[in-house]
Design a protein. Structure first.
Length: 145
């Protein structure tokens, strides 16, 4: 039997192992603690016969939702777990009044792109830019925005 529910701290080791097994970065407890103060209802796990089999992390900043770190145990793939996790997460976004959800897919991950497109997520031409906070400030001279 499949059951989708909100993450609890007792799930952390299993979620970390699942992220590791599916080659995703493991979020440290401190980072998850900060996330869970905002929208704990958007961090979901899926259990199959009471064993952790899938996870998805959603965030909502009041303007846009974001889907991160969807992972399903390889032994439980092709059974609809990812689709169930995303459907439940989408319901929760709607309940929060979220008008749009974004996610990132690596360009080389064509299977993931097909999965997301089948669920109605459309590729956009955006370019991801990132900067670690707390790093030494960089100097940018003679740059017009």
């Amino acid at each position: 039997m499949i059951h989708v529910r909100e993450f609890g701290w007792h799930d952390y080791e299993g979620v970390a192992a699942l992220w590791t097994a599916t080659q995703r970065d493991v979020l440290p407890r401190a980072e998850l603690t900060a996330k869970l103060t905002r929208d704990p209802q958007l961090f979901l796990v899926a259990e199959v016969d009471q064993a952790l089999a899938g996870v998805v992390l959603g965030t909502y900043d009041g303007r846009r939702g974001m889907i991160l770190r969807l992972a399903v145990d390889p032994a439980h793939r092709r059974r609809g777990l990812a689709t169930l996790l995303v459907a439940e997460l989408e319901k929760r976004f709607v309940a929060l009044g979220c008008p749009r959800v974004n996610l990132l897919v690596l360009p080389k991950d064509t299977a993931a792109l097909r999965f997301w497109q089948a669920l109605g997520y459309l590729p956009q031409p955006d370019v991801l830019c990132t900067k670690p906070m707390g790093a030494a400030p960089s100097r940018v001279e003679d740059v017009d925005p």
